[in-house]
Design a protein around this ligand. Structure first.
Ligand code: GTP
Length: 448
């Protein structure tokens, strides 16, 4: 998850609020101080932090909760709203209107630009667009091969010539080439040789002049923290058609600083990079981002996931019921693990459930394809009764199952251990929260 450390610190501050008996001025001040500390540690500009937290404190002390909401809920809402504003308020999605839409990407060396271009191409391709990539990096011949290698598995074509020395000529030719091919989006990747803003902006201007892009996208390295401000500002002033991708927000201690600094310039952040894999690019939506960051639960995201979840054949409604109630046997566990493999990590889904974020042990829900096959083999040697009531499986049964399935007693125990862990985990979840969520998502019929 992006900005995990900051998220945890903010989540802790809000938990402190949620757990306390009465909400008074001293508590509000303490929570605000915790939020301050968390943001400053994430390299957010101190002046900006003070301004933000002053607003939060003032609103929390002065405003009355709306009808039906508690003081605590209202304060959480204020924190959410102010942080959302802080990060740009509304999502500004990348729009593909004309055919072809031409995008030009620029970025300082090492920012993650080439990787981001490949990710963006794949993101658009997954949404049904035909994409062509132009590598106009005449500075680093390797860039062309790097890009090709990243997108070739997906059948995305890259235009380039590692021998060519004229970047503007290459960009122009590349765009013409893909126009001829009738693609929907052309992304031109420029050279990343620049060490600072001035050179980068000069090159952007030259290439822009030649290819007239619909949008220029600046790729900024999120690990530079609040230093991103100057880069984003210089870029914003140089082009009215600019947007930004902030990369490397996974694991960076300074990512919060970078995001807020870029947002402060008013330049739209359209995507964030959250990992090295090609799918690790997320459209940036401040509301969704902040709610997930706070561990409040990403309602929209959760709804969408639950929809997908129900679509998956393996995941029938009664499965979901058992799953949420923590009442399931080995057969159910197998079905869940299998479905989860198709759906993406369970952890991610559960993190979106309000109030449950961060509390899940990884190994309780993660299982690889190979392991799943072994589980199948082991379970084939169990009786119906054992599958339905795993608690009866004692040591002599474990030995028999291992022998029958050609596995080891250790593997059988491992399977049972995973089952117990999952059961325990679901059982320990706050049933009140789960039932609240169930009502929210119309799963009231599930009786939780
Ligand atoms: N963890 C993480 N790593 C990233 C992310 N985006 C890029 N990287 C890594 O950052 C390094 C530099 O990325 P490149 O795409 O080569 O970036 P670049 O140096 O800007 O490319 P050019 O300037 O075009 O040569 C690579 O090791 C990438 O895998 C991200 O979102 N998360």
């Amino acid at each position: 998850m992006a900005l995990e450390k900051l998220g945890k610190a903010l989540n802790n501050a809000l938990r402190k609020l949620a757990r306390s008996g009465t909400v008074d001025e001293a508590l509000i001040k303490e929570v605000v101080r915790d939020i301050q500390r968390a943001l400053i540690q994430a390299d957010v500009n101190v002046r900006m932090v003070l301004q933000l937290t002053k607003t939060i404190e003032k609103r929390a002390l002065e405003e009355k909760p709306p009808a039906g909401a508690s003081k605590k809920e209202h304060i959480i809402q204020i924190v959410y709203e102010e942080l959302t504003k802080f990060l740009g308020k509304e999502a500004k999605p990348l729009e593909i209107k004309d055919k072809p839409t031409v995008l030009l990407t620029v970025g300082i060396q090492g920012s993650g630009k080439t990787t981001s271009v490949a990710k963006l191409a794949r993101h658009l391709q997954k949404r049904g667009y035909r994409v062509g990539l132009v590598c106009s990096d005449t500075w680093r011949p390797g860039a062309y091969y790097q890009l090709k290698q990243l997108v070739e598995p997906f059948g995305i074509e890259v235009f380039g010539d590692p021998e060519e020395k004229d970047a503007v000529k290459l960009a122009r030719e590349g765009v013409e080439y893909f126009k001829g091919k009738g693609v929907d989006v052309i992304i031109v990747d420029s050279a990343g040789r620049h060490k600072e803003e001035t050179g980068l902006i000069e090159e952007m201007k030259q290439i822009s002049e030649a290819i007239k892009p619909h949008e220029v996208i600046l790729v900024i390295d999120g690990t530079i923290g609040q230093q991103a401000y100057n880069q984003a500002l210089a870029f914003k002033e140089a082009t009215p058609i600019g947007s930004i991708i902030v990369t490397k927000l996974d694991g960076s201690a300074k990512g919060g600083g970078a995001l807020s600094a870029v947002a402060a310039t008013g330049a739209p952040i359209k995507f964030i990079g959250v990992g090295e894999r090609i799918d690790d690019l997320e459209p940036f939506d401040p509301k969704r981002f902040v709610s997930r960051l706070l561990g409040m639960g990403d309602i929209e995201g959760l709804l969408q996931k639950l929809e997908e979840l129900q679509k998956a054949q393996e995941f029938k409604e009664e499965d979901l019921e058992k799953f949420l109630k923590g009442k399931f046997n080995l057969k159910d566990m197998y079905a869940q693990l299998e479905a989860m493999q198709k759906m993406g990590p369970l952890k991610q889904i559960l993190q979106m459930i309000p109030g449950l974020g961060y509390s899940l042990p990884d190994d309780a829900v993660k299982v690889g394809e190979e392991k799943l096959k072994r589980y199948r083999i082991i379970m084939d040697s169990m009786t119906e009764e054992e599958l339905e009531h795993p608690e009866i499986i004692n040591y002599s049964r474990i030995k028999r199952i291992a022998r029958g399935s050609g596995t080891s007693t250790q593997e059988v125990r491992e399977l049972l251990h995973q089952y117990n862990q999952m059961r325990k985990m679901f059982k320990s979840m706050d049933k009140r929260k789960l039932s609240k969520m169930a009502r929210k998502f119309n799963f009231g019929g599930f009786g939780i």
